[in-house]
Design a protein around this ligand. Structure first.
Ligand SMILES: [Zn+2]
Length: 129
């Protein structure tokens, strides 16, 4: 399920590229994420666009929550990928919630399942500052 988002607008993941040339093809299934970093970015964009179906679909079945509720009041204002090596991505995601800015630092693990990348779990749980 891809939500309507103008394809020419800059991608919510902050890559500087248009949505159609960044996370859009991962969301609509036309080009599955080719690496953990690309999937990490696509999942961040999916949170930003309230595309819970994509977030759940790219979550390993062993660790996936039964349901995911994305808060309307949360704004996803930025993503910085610090490193992406092997099956790990270290990043900082910036959110605004109730007038407060949260910076979430996390090291996430990904793996390949049936030929495509999926998110497994955090290796270092998120810390907020
Ligand atoms: Zn993107």
């Amino acid at each position: 399920m891809a939500l309507a988002y103008p394809p020419f607008k800059s991608c919510p993941c902050g890559s500087g590229r248009s949505y159609a040339h960044c996370c859009g093809p991962a969301h609509d299934g036309s080009r599955p994420a080719a690496s953990p970093e690309i999937l990490m970015r696509a999942r961040y964009s999916a949170y930003a666009l309230r595309n819970a179906a994509f977030v759940l679909d790219t979550w390993h079945p062993d660790t996936r929550p039964a349901r995911l509720h994305l808060e309307d009041g949360t704004k996803y204002t930025g993503l910085t990928v610090h490193s992406a090596e092997n099956e790990e991505v270290v990043f900082t995601a910036t959110l605004r919630q109730s007038g407060e800015t949260l910076r979430i630092h996390e090291r996430s693990a990904f793996t390949r399942l049936a030929g495509r990348w999926v998110y497994v779990d955090e290796i270092i749980p998120p810390t907020v500052d």
